[in-house]
Design a protein around this ligand. Structure first.
Ligand code: TRP
Length: 451
């Protein structure tokens, strides 16, 4: 028996769900890390260009594929190009969503742990945050346990379905997340390092822009906007025919970019407030550097410290949850629709198998850190493989498909809702997706690869 395929119920629901997918650890954890590693303001400028010229057109393309077929990513490509190998793009999306989810839940689990420890006071009482972090992540059981709790939360939401689960949850969590980030950003005005942090974020040093910086910025734009992974394509398959795609792309990109930049405004003034701390700490920035900042800044008023750090990690947690859901959905939808499993069974299968892979990721940060692939731990290898290799290739294939293979009239009808929405941007979009995006991806990607 085939049940009716449900759509999102409201315009706000569409934007909150898609923005929920986009806004995640990528904004609050990965973005500041990359900014710090790649030299501050210059990286941000390149990043903004990547969002505008590469990310937004690609997002629109994924929306076109998803909404025109109302099917999970693999089925969507098969429907649009029957009998061809373009199906591979859908397969890539679903497989990589699965891979990313497996390390995403582990890092999300860390944020849950840090939230709990902040409110419980243990985080403020600790002095050695390097040890605090490595004791936790290096432990065999704790991070796995927190990862499982997180996966359970995601699972419960996914099982409830698109409208009752994902949409309802995002509509509550996203406004809460935006409120928290405003409060935290407002607080950072008062930090002694505010001026220095702002200068770091706003005064570009163009000599820092190298091809590596370009690839990092593009990879970050892909990751942050949830591109090339079947997520947004799957979500768009639940958009109804009245949803304005261009407007949705605009809202989601703006929200995502604002949250990323505001996270920078929260984190860098904090980092510069403490003597001797550097912004280029890498992945430990949020989990090691920041707690020491909280500790020193709020040393005299520990209660404020609990509150501030608790709110910060809760922000990360909420952001992570809605994104994890969006990584879960395409895989679940595929198993559900293409193999006839009930949604419940499909979701359970995904949660369990993903968690198993997650355990390997988690252990690779601790007792298995000695086992490496090309010199990277399994965890870092997955991140590298997905963000720097598969995503650019997937993005390239998507834009070739939508720009060159799909019938232009179909694309035009989708983008403009049959001519009802703005049509003036369509030629610009077509130009970007046919020439600018593929060439930019190739140049940046191969330059880096052949280095
Ligand atoms: N965009 C999310 C973030 O910023 C992560 C994410 C969700 C993602 N879905 C994705 C990344 C699909 C790549 C592809 O954290």
């Amino acid at each position: 028996m085939k049940e009716e395929r449900k759509n999102f119920g409201s315009k706000l629901g569409v934007i909150m769900a898609a923005a929920g997918s986009a806004v995640g650890l990528g904004n609050v954890w990965r973005f500041p890390t990359e900014v710090g590693r790649n030299g501050g303001a210059a990286f941000i400028l390149v990043y903004l260009l990547c969002v505008l010229l590469i990310g937004a057109p690609l997002m629109l393309s994924e929306f076109v594929v998803g909404r025109s077929t109302h099917a999970n990513p693999i089925k969507a490509y098969s429907k649009l190009a029957p009998g061809s190998w373009w199906r591979v793009v859908g397969v890539e999306g679903v497989v990589v969503a699965f891979l990313i989810l497996s390390f995403y839940v582990i890092v999300s689990g860390w944020t849950l742990y840090y939230t709990v420890q902040s409110f419980a006071g243990a985080l403020m009482e600790s002095r050695d945050y390097k040890a605090f972090f490595s004791d936790f992540t290096g432990d065999a059981w704790m991070p796995v346990l927190y990862g499982i709790m997180l996966m359970l939360l995601v699972h419960v939401v996914i099982v409830r379905g698109v409208q009752n689960g994902i949409e309802k949850f995002s509509k509550v969590m996203m406004p809460l997340l935006l409120a928290i980030i405003m409060v935290l950003a407002a607080c950072s005005f008062r930090l002694p390092g505010f001026g220095q942090g702002m200068a770091y974020l706003l005064k570009p040093d163009f000599s820092k822009i190298t091809t590596d910086v370009l690839l990092s910025a593009m990879g970050q734009a892909f990751f942050s906007l949830s591109l090339a992974m079947g997520c947004l394509c799957a979500y768009a398959s639940y958009f109804d025919s009245g949803t304005r795609l261009q407007r949705t792309v605009f809202s989601v990109s703006v929200i995502d970019t604002l949250v990323a930049v505001m996270s920078g405004f929260i984190i860098f003034p904090a980092v510069f407030s403490v003597q001797g701390l550097q912004p280029n700490e890498g992945a430990g920035l949020v989990f090691i550097t920041l707690p020491s900042v909280f500790n020193m800044v709020f040393g005299g008023a520990p209660f404020l410290g609990y509150l501030f750090s608790g709110m910060f990690y809760m922000l990360l947690l909420l952001a992570a949850l809605t994104s994890a859901m969006s990584l879960h959905e395409p895989v679940t939808a595929y198993l559900h629709e293409s193999f006839g499993l009930t949604r419940h069974k499909a979701a359970t299968l995904v949660s369990l198998s993903c968690m198993s892979l997650g355990v390997v990721c988690s252990l690779s940060c601790g007792i298995w850190s000695g086992y490496t692939i090309f010199g990277l731990t399994f965890f870092d290898f997955l991140d590298f493989l997905t963000a720097k290799i598969i995503m650019p290739v997937g993005g390239l294939l998507i834009c070739i498909f939508v720009g060159w293979v799909l019938d232009r009239k179909l694309v035009r009808d989708e983008v403009t809702n049959g001519g009802k929405a703005h049509t003036c941007l369509f030629p610009i979009y077509m130009f970007l997706i046919r020439y600018v995006v593929p060439i930019a991806i190739c140049v940046i990607f191969f330059n880096e690869l052949l280095r």
